[in-house]
Write a protein that binds this ligand. Structure first.
Ligand code: DGJ
Length: 565
C-alpha cells in the first residue's frame, strides 16, 4: 500500500510529456491517458500506401491537409516489408519521418503494423517471407488450395519472425520517441481467413481435432455466466464440457447463412479466433516488452453484405469472439471496429459488450456518426479512413453533402471542448443522437424535458467506399448530435442535419417548455464563447444543417412557445 502510493506519487511528478500513454479504467469508463490526462482522439487514417513514401507525402502536402482538417492524431502504417526489407536488416526511415513531422505539429501518432496480415491477406510481408511459403506456412481451404494467408495455427516460425520485427520497431520507438508522440499501436490489420471458414492445412486439421487448449477452457470456467451470449449458449448446449475438441466443447456448427446476425460456422470461427489471438498476442507482448503502449486489433465487420465466416475474415477480432481474444491475447487491450456499414448503432452496441473500450479506427467521413459515438458510447476516439483525400483508386473521399467541410468544422469544435466532454464520460450529462432514413426520430429525456430529434436534411447522403472491396455506394442520409448538459435546464448541442422540438415530460402541469435563450457559439479551451443570438420564430424548433454548436436554456412557461396567429 505504502509502496504503491510512493510509486503513484512519483508518477505524478514526472513531466507530463514523459508519462507513458495508457488506458485507465475507473468504474465503467476507460480513458486513453496522454500526457497525464484523458485524451479524445480526433484522428484520421492515411491511405495504406501514403506513408511508404516521404516524397509522396511532401508533394501532396499531406501534413497541410491534416492541419487544415483539425485532427489531433494521425494514423499511419509501418509495414513489415519496409521495416525489415532483408531478414535481420531494419530500416526506420519512414517511421522517423512520421514521428518528426507529427511532433513538430503537436500531433499524436498511431502506427499500424501491417505485417503477417492486412485485410485477411499476407500481402505486406517482406519478399523474403513471400518467397518461402514452405517455411512460413499458408492457410489451405477445404479443397487443399493454398490461400495468400499465412496460417496462424501453431505457426512458430512466422510468429517469431513477425514478433521479432515488431519488437525491433517498438525498441526503436522507445529509443527515439521519449515524449511519446506515438501513443498507440495497431497490431496487424483486419485479420481472419476470407473465402474459407477456417484453415484446413494438415497442421490446422490436427489442431481442430485436438483438445481445446487449457488456457481457453480456464477462461471459460472463470467467466461462466458472463460470456458473449452466443458463446455462453453453445457451451451450455454442449453441457459446459471442459475437455474435448472444438466440436465437442462448442458443438457442430449450424451452416445456414441466411441471417447475417446469426452465427453459422461458429465453432470454426472460435477456432480461428483462438489461433489468430495466440499469434498476435505474442507479437503484441514482444512489442510491449520494449514499450508498453496501448495496443489493439481492428476488425472487418460482420455485416449484411457478409454475415458469416469466410465472407468476413474468420477469426478476426469481432465481439462474438472477444472472450477468446481476451483468453489468448491478454496483451491486446481492445478490439476496434472499422465501420463502413449503415448498421452503425448495432455495431457500436456489439463492440461495447464485455466492457470493451473502443476506438472507431476506420470510418466514413460522417460527423453525425462521430458526434453520436462520442456522446453515446464514450469512445476513445473517432478516425475516418483515407484522410489524404487525393488517395487515388481507393479514395474514400465524400463527394456530396459538404461532408469534408462539416467534418473539419466538427473536428475543430470537438478539439476545443474535449475536456468538457471527457469529464462527462459515463454520466447521463453526455448523450448522443443518431437518426437516418430508416430510423429518422429519436427522443431524449433530460430532467423535466423531452427533446424530440428528427432527421432534417436537404443533402443527398454520402458517397463512400464500402471498405469491403465492393466499391462505392451511398450511405443512408443521416443526422446526429452530441448533447452536453450544463445544468438542469441548459445544454450545449453540437449537431448536424437535425431538428429539435422540446416539451415538458409531464403534459398536465399547465406549463410548457420554452427557450429562455438560444445562442450559437463555439468553444475555446473548453470555454463557451457565444456568437449569434437566435430568437423568435427561429427558436420554435432548434435546427442544424451544417455542423454547429448551440447553447440552449429552457424554462417552464405558462404558454406555448410558438408563432401567434
Ligand atoms: C479496410 C482496411 O482496414 C483499410 O486498411 C483499407 O484498405 C480500407 N479497407 C479500404 O477500403
Amino acid at each position: 500500500m505504502r509502496y504503491l502510493s510512493i510509486v503513484s506519487a512519483l508518477f505524478f511528478l514526472l513531466p507530463v510529456s514523459a508519462q507513458m500513454p495508457s488506458l485507465q479504467r475507473t468504474g465503467k469508463v476507460t480513458h486513453l491517458m496522454v500526457e497525464g490526462k484523458p485524451f479524445l482522439m480526433i484522428g484520421g487514417e492515411l491511405h495504406n500506401s501514403t506513408s511508404s513514401s516521404i516524397d509522396y507525402m511532401e508533394k501532396l502536402d499531406i501534413w497541410g491537409t491534416i492541419e487544415k482538417a483539425h485532427y489531433n492524431t494521425v494514423i499511419a502504417s509501418a509495414s513489415w516489408e519496409l521495416v525489415e526489407p532483408e531478414e535481420g536488416r531494419f530500416n526506420f526511415k519512414q517511421v522517423d519521418y512520421l514521428i518528426k513531422n507529427a511532433r513538430e505539429r503537436n500531433l499524436k501518432l498511431v502506427l499500424i503494423w501491417f505485417a503477417s496480415w492486412k485485410n485477411g491477406a499476407s500481402t505486406y510481408v517482406p519478399g523474403w517471407v513471400k518467397r518461402n511459403p514452405k517455411t512460413y506456412r499458408y492457410v489451405q481451404n477445404s479443397k487443399g488450395e493454398t490461400l495468400n494467408v499465412i496460417s496462424p495455427v501453431l505457426n512458430e516460425t512466422a510468429m517469431k519472425s513477425d514478433a521479432n520485427a515488431f519488437a525491433r520497431l517498438m525498441q526503436h520507438i522507445r529509443e527515439t520517441d521519449p515524449d511519446h508522440t506515438v501513443i498507440m499501436m495497431q497490431v496487424e490489420n483486419e485479420v481472419g481467413v476470407l473465402t474459407s471458414v477456417r484453415d484446413f492445412s494438415p497442421e490446422a486439421q490436427k489442431s481442430w481435432k485436438s483438445d481445446v487448449p487449457a488456457d481457453l477452457i480456464a477462461y471459460l470456467q472463470s467467466h461462466k455466466g458472463k460470456l458473449f451470449p452466443e458463446l455462453e449458449k453453445v457451451w451450455a448446449a454442449n453441457g459446459y464440457k471442459t475437455k474435448g475438441n472444438w466440436e465437442t466443447i462448442f458443438g457442430v456448427s449450424t451452416t445456414n447463412t441466411d441471417n447475417w446476425q446469426a452465427y453459422p460456422f461458429y465453432s470454426e470461427e472460435l477456432f480461428m479466433a483462438y489461433h489468430y489471438a495466440k499469434y498476435i498476442g505474442t507479437v503484441a507482448a514482444m512489442g510491449k516488452k520494449e514499450k508498453t503502449l496501448p495496443m489493439y486489433c481492428n476488425a472487418w465487420l460482420k455485416q449484411p453484405s457478409g454475415g458469416y465466416p469466410g465472407k468476413f475474415p474468420s477469426g478476426g477480432p469481432l465481439p462474438e469472439v472477444l472472450d477468446v481474444w481476451r483468453a489468448a491475447a491478454p496483451s491486446v487491450d481492445f478490439l476496434a471496429p472499422d465501420i463502413y456499414t449503415d448498421e452503425f448503432d448495432y455495431t457500436l452496441k456489439q463492440f461495447s459488450l464485455g466492457n470493451n473500450p473502443f476506438l472507431i479506427l476506420e470510418s466514413t467521413f460522417e460527423i453525425s456518426k462521430e458526434l453520436y459515438a462520442i456522446g453515446e458510447y464514450d469512445v476513445l476516439g473517432f478516425c475516418p479512413f483515407g484522410i489524404d483525400v487525393n488517395g487515388g483508386d481507393f479514395s474514400m473521399a465524400a463527394t456530396d453533402d459538404n461532408t469534408l467541410d462539416n467534418l473539419y468544422q466538427g473536428n475543430a469544435l470537438l478539439k476545443q471542448m474535449d475536456q468538457l466532454i471527457l469529464a462527462q464520460y459515463g454520466s447521463e450529462n453526455l448523450r448522443g443522437i443518431y437518426v437516418d432514413e430508416v430510423n429518422p426520430k429519436m427522443q431524449l429525456e433530460l430532467g423535466d424535458y423531452l427533446l424530440d430529434f428528427s432527421l432534417a436534411t436537404s443533402g443527398t447522403g454520402t458517397t463512400q467506399n464500402d471498405g469491403t472491396g465492393a466499391g462505392f455506394r451511398k450511405s443512408r442520409k443521416n443526422g446526429g448530435a452530441l448533447i452536453l448538459r450544463a445544468g438542469p435546464e441548459s445544454l450545449y448541442i453540437v449537431g448536424k442535419d437535425i431538428r429539435i422540438a422540446y416539451k415538458l415530460k409531464d403534459p398536465k402541469t399547465g406549463q410548457y417548455a420554452a427557450t429562455e435563450s438560444v445562442e450559437e457559439g463555439t468553444f475555446v479551451n473548453n470555454q463557451w464563447v457565444p456568437g449569434r443570438r437566435i430568437n423568435g420564430d427561429e427558436t420554435y424548433f432548434v435546427s442544424f444543417s451544417d455542423v454547429k454548436a448551440v447553447k440552449v436554456v429552457l424554462y417552464k412557461a405558462p404558454f406555448e412557445n410558438r408563432m401567434l396567429f
